[in-house]
Design a binder for this molecule. Structure first.
Ligand SMILES: [Zn+2]
Length: 426
C-alpha cells in the first residue's frame, strides 16, 4: 500500500543549528516533476528536515545523495544535483530519481563542496569586516563563484598597499582562530542593533533574525553556513580588483582554494621563467626586455623591407622598358603579402613616369590585388578596379593613385587581362 501523502510543511533546516552536519535522517514530504527531457525526468523533493543548503545569499547550493531502503533491503540512491528554496521558504532537492511522499530517507551532503563554500563564505564575512574597519568601505554584494569569490565595495578605488594591509589583517585574524558564533534574536531587537549602528543591514523579511558574530570583529545578519572559528577559513588570498560601474570589485579565495590558486600561479610562473631562462622573480623584466627587442626588430625589418621594395622596383622597371604611351607593369607573386605589394606599387609609380602597375599576391585565397598609377598616367585606379571587380560580383576600390581588392585565384588572370586591355587601349 502506498503511504498517505504527507501534508506539505516547511522543512526544518538542520544547517541553521549545526552547519557541520553532513548526514541526517528525514522523510519525503512532497514531490513534483520539474522537467522531462528526452525521456529523462527530473524531480524536486521536499523533506521534513534537511541539512542541504539551498542557493541563497550569494552561497551556492549543496549537492549530495539521498538513500531510501526498501522493505526488501534494497537501497535506492537518489543523487541531489541542486537545492533551491521557493518563495514560501520550502527547500526543494532536485534529483533524477522520484521518491514518494512519506519515504524515509538518509541524506548525505557532499562535504568537500560544503566545506569549501563555508570557507569562502566565512572568509567573505571576515574580508568585508576588515575592509570596513580599515577603509570604511561597505560591502554591497557578494558572489561565491566556481573558482574565485568577489565582494563589491562602495568605494571609488583601492590601492595595492591598502589591499596588502587588508590581506595581512585578515590572515592575522585567521591565525588568531577567533570564534564564529551564531544566535537568533527577535526582529525588534535586531532593529535596535541596526539603529545603534552595531548591525549594518537587515533582511527585508519578517521573523527572527539569525546573527553571525566573529568575536570582536563583526556582527552580521546571515542565513548561510559558516565555519566555527576563523582558523578554519584556512587563509585568505586577494586575487585582484576590477573597477565596476558603482564601486570596486575585489576577488579573493580562501582555504584550499588559496593553495590551489597559488600552486597554479606558481606553475605558470615557473613555465614562463623556464621558457625565458631566467629566475621566477625576473620574469617581468625579461618579458619587458623581449618586448623592447621585438619592437626594435620590427622597426629594423620595416626599414629593410622598404629598402628592398625600392631595389625591387628598380629591377622590375628594367624588365619593362618604357616605350610609346602608357607602360603597364603586371606581376603576380606567390611569396609576398598585400602590405609588400602596396609598398612595391608605391615605389614603382613614384620612380617612373606614365606607369600603371597591376600586382597580385596568391599567397592566400582569395588573391590580394593592388593597382597603382603614376600621377601623369591619367588613370583613376579606384574607379577602374571597382568596376572590374563589380563584374565578378566583388568589391574593391581606393583612390585614383592606388586601389586594392580581392579575387579568387582562379579569376585573377582574367581580371588582370581585362584591366591591362583597358589600360593599353587608350
Ligand atoms: Zn554568512
Amino acid at each position: 500500500m502506498l503511504p498517505d501523502r504527507i501534508t506539505c510543511s516547511m522543512s526544518d533546516r538542520l544547517y541553521y543549528a549545526d552547519p557541520s552536519l553532513s548526514s541526517f535522517e528525514a522523510r519525503v514530504s512532497d514531490i513534483r516533476e520539474v522537467s522531462r527531457n528526452q525521456g529523462r525526468s527530473l524531480w524536486q523533493i521536499a523533506l521534513d528536515r534537511s541539512a542541504f543548503y539551498p542557493t541563497s545569499g550569494g552561497q551556492p547550493h549543496d549537492t549530495g545523495m539521498l538513500t531510501a531502503t526498501s522493505s526488501g533491503g534494497a537501497v535506492l540512491e537518489a543523487p541531489i544535483l541542486a537545492v533551491e528554496e521557493d518563495e514560501q521558504g520550502e527547500v526543494w532537492h532536485t534529483t533524477p530519481k522520484p521518491l514518494l511522499a512519506g519515504t524515509a530517507v538518509r541524506g548525505y551532503v557532499d562535504w568537500s563542496r560544503r566545506r569549501d563554500h563555508m570557507q569562502q563564505h566565512s572568509g567573505q564575512h571576515l574580508l568585508s569586516a576588515v575592509v570596513y574597519r580599515q577603509l570604511g568601505a561597505a560591502t554591497v554584494s557578494f558572489h561565491l563563484g566556481e573558482l574565485t569569490s568577489t565582494i563589491d565595495l562602495a568605494r571609488e578605488a583601492i590601492s595595492p598597499e591598502e589591499l596588502e594591509r587588508v590581506e595581512d589583517a585578515a590572515n592575522e585574524i585567521i591565525a588568531e582562530d577567533r570564534a564564529i558564533t551564531m544566535r537568533t534574536i527577535p526582529r525588534a531587537e535586531a532593529e535596535m542593533l541596526l539603529a545603534a549602528g552595531t548591525l549594518h543591514k537587515l533582511p527585508g523579511r519578517d521573523g527572527d533574525i539569525r546573527l553571525i558574530e566573529i568575536d570582536e570583529i563583526d556582527l552580521n545578519a546571515c542565513g548561510g553556513t559558516h565555519v566555527r572559528a576563523t582558523g578554519q577559513i584556512g587563509g585568505l588570498l586577494i586575487r585582484g580588483t576590477e573597477r565596476m560601474r558603482q564601486g570596486i570589485r575585489v576577488e579573493f579565495v580562501c582555504g584550499m582554494r588559496a593553495a590551489v590558486t597559488a600552486r597554479r600561479d606558481l606553475a605558470t610562473l615557473t613555465r614562463a621563467a623556464a621558457a625565458l631562462s631566467v629566475g621566477r622573480l625576473e620574469v617581468a623584466e625579461a618579458v619587458e626586455r623581449l618586448l623592447a627587442e621585438g619592437k626594435a626588430a620590427h622597426k629594423a625589418r620595416q626599414k629593410l623591407t622598404e629598402e628592398m621594395a625600392g631595389y625591387h622596383a628598380s629591377m622590375l622597371l628594367l624588365e619593362y622598358p618604357s616605350g610609346q604611351g602608357r607602360r603597364v607593369l603586371r606581376r603576380t607573386f606567390t611569396d609576398r603579402d598585400a602590405n609588400y605589394l602596396k609598398l612595391l606599387a608605391s615605389r614603382l609609380v613614384a620612380s617612373a613616369a606614365g606607369t600603371c602597375v597591376l600586382l597580385a599576391s596568391t599567397q592566400e585565397e582569395p588573391a590580394r590585388v593592388v593597382m597603382a598609377a603614376s600621377a601623369d598616367a591619367k588613370v583613376d585606379c579606384g574607379s577602374l578596379l571597382r568596376e572590374a571587380l563589380a563584374a565578378y560580383g566583388l568589391r574593391g576600390g581606393g583612390s585614383p593613385g592606388m586601389a586594392q581588392g580581392q579575387i579568387p585565384n582562379a579569376q585573377l588572370d582574367a581580371l588582370f587581362s581585362g584591366l591591362e586591355g583597358r589600360l593599353t587601349s587608350h
